[in-house]
Design a protein around this ligand. Sequence first.
Ligand code: MTE
Ligand code: MO
Length: 316
Amino acid sequence: MKNINNNIIRPVDITDEQVYLKRRHFLQLAGIAGAGLAFSGLPSRAEAELKPLQTSPSKYSTDQTPNSYQDISTYNNYYEFGLDKDDPVRYAKSLITDPWTVKISGECDKPGDYNLEDILKPHPLEERIYRLRCVEAWSMVIPWVGFPLGDLLKRFQPNSNANYVSFKTLNDSTQMPGVRRRVLRWPYHEGLTMAEAMNPLAIIAVGLYGKTLPNQNGAPLRLVVPWKYGFKSIKSIVEISFSKKQPDTSWGRSAPREYGFYANVNPEVDHPRWSQARERVIGTGLFAAKQPTLMFNGYGDEVAHLYSDLNLRKNF
Ligand SMILES: Nc1nc2c(c(=O)[nH]1)N[C@H]1C(S)=C(S)[C@@H](COP(=O)(O)O)O[C@H]1N2
Ligand SMILES: [Mo]
């Protein structure tokens, strides 16, 4: 039977992200910064607790259309809550993100325990639409809310021995059922060179789609390094430490031949067990063609200079 109501858009058809994109467009036209009320429909109780954030658009955003809120918040890697993509959305509700403390340690003049409010207070929030390329050869586009990592690190006054910065995730088996299984070295830890950390593309994200982060995406604060494979973008950070020597990483310790320290997105250097030349774009359907992966995930203009002296095949 022919549907005579073809042209009528029913409210039930309007997804969160369509409303969001329209509103965002409207706000940009009107010159208003901040896309607070991004959601319609009936969010789950956990989502209802997320708070709207004031943001301004970033010049570093890609012009690609973001994945849906549904994709971004239900297809996750967060091994502290299980190995399957839908484990984080099911189990991360047990993560307690308030109060939250971040310990600053190592080669810097202002170490100490800082509560979340003190960490975030001085930093104006931007919306940055970034491509995320997972090492498992899939990708998404995500409208993060955050601020430059370098602006945060400078406040702790790293000293002349600080060549690297490393990060740790919370490690609490009462909140994170996944850490009882020793699939990785807990706490999840990651690191960057100081030059990488100070690059303006590296951000601390505290939200997505205009609201605070859902737990499964790394609440209350996580790293986002868009030119590297997703595993570098560590979630739910409780410690930041400056060091002279290159730090260990959880993935590097568990499989050193597969997960290097640099982990720059590179279509020419394959993972030992699969190609990195193409990626499946989440949200385009199971039978959609894979898309070619771009060097540095498309961010070469901003970051290629960091690696001019480095053999990227050796330093994968
Ligand atoms: N603490 C922690 N951080 C983590 C992970 C993890 O398992 N634990 N997974 C990483 C991987 S492999 C990816 S691809 C991204 C996924 O981020 P998203 O779920 O917000 O898309 O988070 C990264 N950060
Ligand atoms: Mo990943």
